[in-house]
Design a protein around this ligand. Sequence first.
Ligand code: SF4
Length: 786
Amino acid sequence: MRTRHRILFRYAPPPLPGLEWVELRGEVKAWSDPVPLRRAGDGAFEAELELGPGVYAYKLQHADRSWHLDPANPRTVAEGGHRNSALVVGGTPEPVLHAPAAPWLFARDDGRVTVRAGLRRGAGEGLALRWDEGHGWREAAMEPVAETNEHRIFERTLPAGARALHYLFRAGGALVGRGAGEAFSVERRALRSGVPEWWKDASVYTVFVDRFRRAGGGWGAAPEDEQARRGGDLEGAREGLDHLAELGVGAVHLTPVFASGSAHRYDVHGFDRVDAALGGEPALRAFVDAAHARGLRVLLDVPATHVSRELPEFLDVRDRGPASPFFSWFEIYAHPFTEGLEPGYRYYQKGAWREPLLNLDDAGARAFVVDVFRRWARFGVDGFRVDAAAELPKALLAEIVRAVRGERADAVVFGEITSDHVESWTDGLLDAGTDFLAQEALRGFLERGASPEATRAAWLRRRARRSEGHTRLGFSATHDQVRTLSRVGDRRLARLEQLAVLTRPEVPALLYGDEIGLASDAPERGFEDAWPDRMPMPWDRTSWDATTLALVKGGLALRRASAALRRGDELALDWGHAEVAGFRRRAGEETVDVALHRGEGEVRLPLPGGAPPQGRLLLVAGEARIEEGALWLGPKSGAALAREASREARELFEAVHEEGPRVAAEAFVEGWDECPALPSRLYLTLTERCNLRCVHCITGAPARTADGSARDMAPWVLDALREAFAGARYVGLSHGGESLVHGRFFETLATIQQARAGRPGRLDVHLLTNGRRLDPDTLASSSTTA
Ligand code: SF4
């Protein structure tokens, strides 16, 4: 649980006649959701805040709608032309920008810990990290990773095998930590992420239910009103599952399926039942079972900020006013209600809709919302999209996640976040959020002529704003946006966008029809006015764009096969060409480079020197080839390529391995201090956890398992040991806890086997175990693996 800080926020503006109220806006809540300040006796305005450690950008908005920096706070942050005051909670003083929470401090999937910090421009050339993991203080330079208008952002990733980490920064000659040079101290277990493992490898396909497929196929004549229902249903969606399984997506996100009167069904009047027009609950059950049978996860969509005026609880309030037990669920300022623009309750307006807003500060309304999620998690879906999640109180989102996980420990909850500070809702709250600014960076390059440098800088700023890539969803368009192909009308550019979405760190989210080049000829419309692009999915395959389909299918297959694409880091990549942008993804020994060429003509991109210099094409949009040590891209073409060691480098590497024992013997005879030979015996402790509580235990496993301080071997250690496995003759899986409870036990065996494959001689793998998990299945898996 993150420490919460109680803060009395005070704002003392210069005396201004007529200044009746001031609101605090920004990342302390959401830019769209202000904190009203109350007037204090001395003319200042104030509010009590309760915040976890973090860096919060904010501004003050006066009653005349003017925006102001906080004159009492000299700390500022600036990005993309906006300069804001910065509230640093539990973090460092100037000139260093850091707080001990994500995205400034987080545990990576491979077990290491990343420490990130900003240094105010002009305050020095670089930043060093000084840290202690229980073996004494060490110090090393941090790597520059991104730039904002006022700060350079640095990071360093530590092995972090110890239970506690102490650290501070060196800026110039001074040590900067918590307050006056005091080190930050964090327990390793406090950084654990609750994100379900499957989500880290996920891909998502959005089924806009009314427009995806009608049972039996066929759509009938189009109605005049583009917003009228077209009759897509869950039986039809079930029929479409083979297409999705063949495509290779991992999860299906259904737009709302609850009882509703519209085609989009985001105005729900019955959260406890599936819309009868979709086939009711039996149809959802059949859909979920059929999806699970194909290995697909199912995510439901819950709009929880507003409801239909037909919701029974709202009708009761309409009819009975304050006598209704649901009166406090809504934001009511007058009763009886009217039909005008001031109907007596606050509402969400979209076109002709006036949908009552739920009063989510009310305990009854909150319990109602939490119960909706709990009920459908119990039904057996694999997770949820929270519509307009940034508009829900964070405490409510935390309750929702708890309730969902209480029903299904591996269910995922992600949010629609339109704000740029997605990290405020992820990293300790939701599992992921939509990243519209990452989408903007891609569109800026492909559609609006942004330079590769600017695109790279924008991506890196997004990277510096998050922890792991799976805390974001990336997309070319959501169901609320006009599709790229509709806007640009060029299939080649749309395919480049898909190539990028499928290879970037964010969890790729496809909108139904993206994979077949679905597009409208409607003029550009705004966000949430995407009806032309919610056209029915055509099921006559001859109308599908086979090239786009092959690209998406290939991209999803590549992502499934590539740890670098699913979980790898994102690095800046400069292709040295004004029309080419891209990025590098890397995990362990695997490196994948992506190049996107938006121009006409052919470009030659030398594959730069330095390891690894060679390339192998993995995925191509348009025309690409590798020839004469260069990547050649045709007009509006792109490619993902594996970077590989050269033949010479590989031969040298193999020769050293072959020579290992001879070199070791020579080293022994000659008495060398350092010997390049690989170890012949390795002992690994995979985990300190145990499934037993033996009273005679001398390892400490029972107590550590109980108090949560037991450590698991981090995945990066496996990567680091590949070379050693190749040369070893014996690997002992020791019993410092029970190896078979480690989630990567079989992966460890497989890694040893792969690293060892083709090597001469024999390798013995010895497992020390308490035997309780050695059932026939485990034995079968171990023998198949190793
Ligand atoms: S099985 Fe081994 S590690 Fe586990 S509690 Fe017993 S003695 Fe300790």
